[in-house]
Unconditional design. Sequence first.
Length: 430
Amino acid sequence: MSRDRVEALQATPLFVGLSDGFLGQLADACQAIDVTAGTVLFQQGESGKDAYIILSGEARILLETPLGSSCIAVVGRGQLLGEMSALADVSRTATVISETPMALLRIHHGDLHRLILSYPDAALSILQILVHRLDNTNRPLGYLLHAANALERADLDPALLDAMIAQAGAITPFAQAFARVVRALVARRESVREMELSARLQRSILPASIPELAGVDFGALMEPARAVGGDFYDIFSLGERRAAVVVADVSGKGVPAAFFMAVTRTAMRALAHSRGEKPSDLVASVNAMIAAENTECMFVTLFLGVIDAVDGRFEWCSAGHTDGLAVLGSEVVRLKPTGPAIGIDPDARYTTREVRLSPGDSLFIYTDGVTEAMSPTEDLFGIDPLIALLQSWRGGDPRDVVKAVEHAVVAFTDGHPQADDITCLALRKL
């Protein structure tokens, strides 16, 4: 009898505490074998008769499913492999492959059965160990079930996942995988909630109705992307003959962008009647207010215009925004930025510029979600198709114009996911 074999058996959990007589005879019945790395010791589902004790090296235990195989454990010295098939003559419940060169003791099920019949105390001890193992499996399964139910009720305490893993024992890899899935689901649920909140906030900021101004027609729309951004538009009256139009694009996505958008829009409206006659005065005041408290280092590009319905004068200031487009007869004039984005430099300077609209002339203001919309081949919609479309709609109803632009962009993208909102505003001098 090899003393090394007996010591290996004594260190194996299933045989701990068994008599020297039982272990000595089992040691004599064992066969020492060596295998190279990558050897399949047995395959899940096949009939099996032998169990293996690892003397040295490591093996991977794989669980095969219709979706593929997953490694549920890596085991080493002192571990017993295939004992259920050797004890109960059942099919292999997992696949075992040597991770490294291994030295093993192979135990034939016939020898194990013979010794168990000869040593009833050994049979009882092995049964107790198996029952204890089953109990150790049931406890973490209970945690898993509780966690799954709590997740369904949306009241899962993250601390429960750590407690579950600490109690997992033999099913620790499964418990860890389950915890990863749960945390990912919780994070996604929170992300969805944030997106819903952002979308509601974004919609609430848009004007409920477009004010009427004799001599001018308006049209506007905002189509949010999957990841809610910070686009918004606004139209508000500045007396009997004037109205202000705003199109803005806040940096970032989600709730922070939506709140920054709300602050910008509120400041714009609150200061509109008290900061001078020119759009640049209003933009400068809003910028100073926002930049002074901008701890998150966000910014917003913004186009502000004021239309006089009587004389057709359109004064505008663009804070780092995409070019506005003035359709003046057969000519399209690009209204370029007259200052930097809002929120970066509290002392930034802005300039007001002016164009005159004759009856039938129009203006189109938009965010870069229009020109940077991407096709399935990752081409950009661009400015030239937009200008051509506006020329073809010269003198058209602004409400129809913004819809035509949206339809053109949607057709161009052909279902390709968009990263930015599509926001545009048009007005026409009657």
